[in-house]
Design a protein around this ligand. Structure first.
Ligand code: XMP
Length: 524
């Protein structure tokens, strides 16, 4: 295995991911791990990540100098490059200009650059730079600004670069990493999703022992993958609480129940809270108030189940969560090494009742969304869950403008089902054409919105006075920005005619053609 030393702010995550992409197992460790601890883990290689600090700062994170003497090959990027230089007797200085963004690298030679051109584009992000390389090192590459953009000590198998090979903008980044892993370290590509499933299952089981785990299962990708993993690791020792607020899409509660009662062996609890939510939401029109009501009630329902388990003599020790790596970036980086047990900011929103606390288990917190999907497939989750589009926690309540009621919910669910059916099929056609799941023009998120107005229409010879449906379909990769999908007219036409024909209560369809920003993806 490869150990990735994280020098702060989660710099190691992307590197670990790139190593996994090359089918080599990697693990992240805090940068202050001792050489002795490293020896016990008997890694085949060490990679030192970048980091936000300056090596010359007083509180700069250090590395145990003895790691360079273990006989394990070392690769270092950016901070990892500089810390190697200073630890082994070189010098790092603070030049007048920094170097940020793409730069042209001039390669002098060396094992890392085998099979890559003399001039290549790399991604730089640094102020400090190495001036003198330590004894035994040679300069392997430079840029116009940076005299030591890469250095190596072939005898001791230590290779470091000022630039970031893990970033996509570094043209030959994966080649450089491959050269290190396969030419220098002679590793084998023997790591796969199936291995990962095995490892994660074992870790999950070991962590929780005989204790009970509870999970809020939404039916979304992340919580479903945790449930599937838990099922494999501890079976019925895991309680999955599915709070049905009645605001899910058509057919969804049934699907979730089917998967987690028939296919996976967990203690599945379907909380039918539809009526309680309907009562609480009656007459509420303000979007944030809807969100608050739905969120607060969710946790009430969830804790009621936890309390019941306690009463039944099945006390809960762990709260499992489907937190994935990008959630951690969004809520501010956690302690280096990713093992801190404090509940992160957005989870602080969980209103724990007095005296209630759980230990957290977050098995997906190292992974990116596409990896979580692959893991889900490897665990045997059906494609409709694994490739499910994002869906807001407050559900259809924020897609019904104005007060929510049964009749409106029915109209929206039916219209939304048609939108999904047609655009799922459209995406599938694009997938067949391009071979890519998220090709440039595939829709990323698509749904129906029900505004709080009515309009006149004519059906047969009858005047109608019914609701319009707004179609929202966007292309995006991370929901931070989005553009409206340039859907073919015939697809739009078919959605429109089907909705008007098949959904009682709807007589018109409009398409929202606003990007985010200035709009948002959702209407509320
Ligand atoms: P907006 O509307 O802000 O949405 O462009 C961005 C993404 O977030 C989803 N979304 C939510 N997800 N709870 C959630 O879990 C929410 O309250 C919520 N509001 C929006 C939205 O579907 C889109 O993917």
């Amino acid at each position: 295995k490869v150990l990735v030393f994280d020098f702060g702010a989660q710099y190691g995550q992307l590197i670990a991911r790139r190593v996994r992409d090359l089918h080599v197992y990697s693990e992240i460790v805090p940068c202050d791990i001792t050489a002795e601890e490293v020896r016990e883990m008997s890694p085949s290689a060490i990679i030192l990540s970048g980091g936000p600090a300056s090596v010359n700062a007083e509180d700069a994170p250090l590395v145990d100098p003895a790691i360079y003497e273990l006989g394990v090959p070392v690769l270092g990027f950016c901070y990892g490059h500089q810390i190697t230089a200073v630890t082994l007797g070189g010098t790092v200085f603070h030049p007048e200009v920094g170097e940020y963004g793409p730069a042209t690298l001039h390669v002098e030679g060396g094992a890392l650059f085998e099979g890559t051109p003399t001039d290549q584009t790399v991604w730089m992000s640094h102020f400090d730079a190495v001036r003198d390389v330590p004894e035994g090192f040679t300069v392997a590459a430079s840029t116009d600004v940076c005299p030591v953009a890469a250095m190596e000590n072939a005898e001791k198998r230590i290779y470091t670069t000022q630039f970031h090979p893990e970033v996509k903008h570094t043209e030959f980044g994966q080649q450089i990493l491959s050269n290190f892993l396969f030419n220098v370290c002679k590793l084998e590509k023997n790591w796969s999703m199936d291995n990962l499933v095995e490892t994660m299952t074992a870790e999950f089981r070991e962590k929780v022992g005989e204790d009970r785990v509870i999970l809020a299962l939404s039916g979304g990708v992340d919580s479903s993958v945790v449930a599937a993993l838990g099922a494999r690791a501890i079976g019925k020792q895991m309680t999955c609480v599915f709070v049905n607020h009645g605001l899910l899409r058509k057919g969804e509660p049934e699907q979730v129940e089917e998967v987690f009662t028939k296919q996976f062996d967990v203690d599945f609890i379907h909380v039918h809270a539809e009526d309680r939510y309907a009562e609480l939401l009656a007459g509420v029109t303000e979007p944030e108030q809807k969100r608050r009501i739905i969120g607060t009630q969710f946790w009430k329902e969830f804790f009621a189940v936890a309390q019941q388990l306690e009463t039944d003599g099945k006390p809960v020790k762990y709260l499992a969560q489907g937190t994935i790596y990008p959630d951690i970036i969004e809520s501010g980086a956690r302690k280096t090494g990713g093992k801190a047990s404090t509940i992160k900011s957005h989870h602080n929103l969980i209103p724990f009742p007095d005296g209630v606390s759980f230990d957290l288990i977050e098995p997906l917190d190292h992974f990116f969304k596409d990896e979580v999907r692959e893991l889900g497939l490897a665990l045997g989750l059906p494609a409709h869950i694994v490739y499910r589009q994002p869906f807001p926690g407050p559900g259809l309540a924020i897609r019904i403008i104005g007060a929510v009621d049964k009749e409106k919910l029915e109209i929206l669910k039916n219209a939304d089902a048609i939108v999904r059916e047609e655009l799922d099929a459209y995406n599938e056609r694009l997938f067949e054409e391009t071979g890519e799941r998220n090709s440039e023009h595939s829709c990323w998120q698509y749904f129906a919105v029900l505004p709080d107005i009515k309009s006149v229409g004519v059906m047969g010879d009858e005047r109608t006075y019914l609701r319009p449906i707004i179609l929202r379909a966007v292309e995006s990769s991370d929901a931070m920005t989005a553009d409206w999908a340039k859907l073919p007219y015939e697809v739009l036409g078919k959605i429109s005619s089907r909705i008007v024909a098949e959904v009682p209560g709807a007589n018109r369809v409009c398409y929202d053609i606003t990007p985010k920003p200035p709009s948002t993806i959702e209407w509320e």
